[in-house]
Design a protein. Structure first.
Ligand code: ADP
Ligand code: MG
Length: 417
């Protein structure tokens, strides 16, 4: 039994034990460091385009591309902030508005956000979008100024139509005093394929590509951050090189590297150890990978979950069979059989085998399963399915779904509970 007094003692002990972290917050994604290493070219390129704003002219619109964790957000925010500071010192009216389109993901919300920045009172919903746009335009055009809108994760916004981008990118023609330019940032090189060609050419007046970091560059980023995040001498010498090497394999993702560095420390701390070592990094790597998969599985549509669940259940029964020395491959046909039975027992629509095969290809692309085509001689070809993720974790996540929950205890071999 835990009583208040003993819990208080526990808190005190935990608080008093010296943390290995000096400041853990600086390892979070939201933190932007003051110095960005290995991004001079991209920083200068952006500054060279945006300097027009300080002359009161309209900078070209820009599209910035690159994989996750290549520093796009950090650099763009940094240059935006410095530009605003400089304009203040020069007494030129220039604002930079940063919008994360993953959070602000509708045209209405984007325009309302922009209008509010200029003091307009716009309700959360309810107005026609055109009216919000009109308000924003009027408010902006009350004085001579340059507005730069950073649309980070712009592909998320475009999924819901490109009207707003069309309007924003044509806006300058209708403004008398103010000028607008747009910086779109995306991990997805192909997102412009879906845009109206006029929007595409207008947005992409300038394009900047961010290459992935290599292991040496990631190492420098980590050393710089570790110095403010960790207390002295708590990181074993091999920790940062290993985090960097692992993240470099993952397309040079600085975000993954920083996650590894943080989670390794958290694991060491939880074990009440005073030093972070290579073994903590290995555990952190596994944990992050499992967390990632759990997140992907949790957000799958129900039918995909059910297909995956069939594979998981077959795997579990195959594992049992294996102990008896029997064959252990799973074919698409078997998956479809179990899938159908499960659908019936929980009253779900049964998709065609064709459709289920498509869903399996999607799971394959997400890295959750591996489907390998094998020839069965004169019986034609089939696919052999194996799980690429830990069975136990996957089962646990799937069974959490209330629609799948009744399948707990389902016996694949006999086809009922
Ligand atoms: P992206 O937007 O391309 O996905 P971010 O800009 O969010 O990448 O960078 C991911 C993380 O790595 C952030 O915490 C950021 O501060 C850090 N980071 C990225 N590039 C650098 C760099 N050149 N120097 C220091 N930190 C960096
Ligand atoms: Mg980003």
């Amino acid at each position: 039994m835990i009583m208040t007094s003993s819990l208080n003692q526990l808190f005190t002990r935990l608080l008093e034990s010296e943390s290995i972290f000096k400041n853990k917050e600086v390892l979070r994604h939201s933190y932007t460091p003051d110095v960005l290493v290995h991004r001079d070219t991209q920083t200068e390129e952006l500054a060279t385009i945006l300097v027009s704003a300080l002359r009161g002219e309209t900078p070209s619109n820009i599209l910035i591309y690159g994989k996750t964790g290549t520093g796009k957000t950090a650099v763009t925010r940094y240059v935006g902030k410095e530009l605003e500071n400089m304009s203040e010192r020069m007494n030129v009216k220039c604002s930079v508005i940063y919008v994360n389109c993953e959070v602000i993901d509708t045209q209405y919300r984007l325009l309302a956000n922009l209008a509010r920045h200029f003091g307009e009172d716009i309700p959360m919903t309810g107005w026609p979008t055109d009216q919000v746009f009109q308000k924003f335009k009027e408010a902006l055009d009350t004085q001579e100024q340059v507005l730069i809108v950073i649309l980070d994760e712009i592909d998320k916004l475009v999924k819901k139509g490109d009207d707003v981008l069309y309007n924003l990118s044509r806006m300058n023609a209708n403004l008398k005093r103010a000028k607008v330019s747009i910086i779109g940032v995306s991990n997805d090189l192909k997102f412009t394929d879906f845009l109206d060609p006029r929007v595409k050419s207008s947005l992409g007046e300038e394009e900047i590509i961010y290459p992935p970091y290599d292991a040496d560059q990631i190492r420098d980023i980590l050393y710089q951050r570790a110095a403010i995040a960790y207390n002295d001498n708590v990181l074993d010498g091999s920790v940062i090189p290993l985090c960097a090497a692992l993240a470099a394999q993952e397309h040079g993702d600085a975000r993954r590297a920083l996650d590894l560095l943080r989670v390794s420390g958290e694991i060491a701390e939880r074990k009440e150890e005073r030093k972070v070592t290579e073994s903590h990094v290995r555990i952190a790597q596994d944990k992050i990978e499992v967390d990632r998969i759990v997140e992907v599985v949790r957000t799958l549509p129900t039918q995909s979950k059910l297909v995956l669940f069939s594979i998981v259940m077959l795997n579990l029964s195959v594992q049992n069979q294996n102990q008896l020395g029997q064959p252990s491959t799973i074919t698409t046909g078997e998956v479809y059989n179990i899938y159908r039975k499960m659908c019936k027992s929980i009253d779900m629509d049964i998709l065609t085998q064709r459709r289920v095969t498509d869903l399996m290809s999607e799971l394959d692309m997400l890295g959750i399963i591996n489907a390998m085509v094998v020839s069965k001689g004169r019986y034609g070809r089939t696919k052999e399915i194996s799980l690429s993720v830990p069975v136990k974790n996957t089962y646990d996540v799937l069974i959490e779904d209330y629609k799948l929950n009744p399948l707990q205890g389902y016996n694949v071999k006999v086809g009922y509970f």
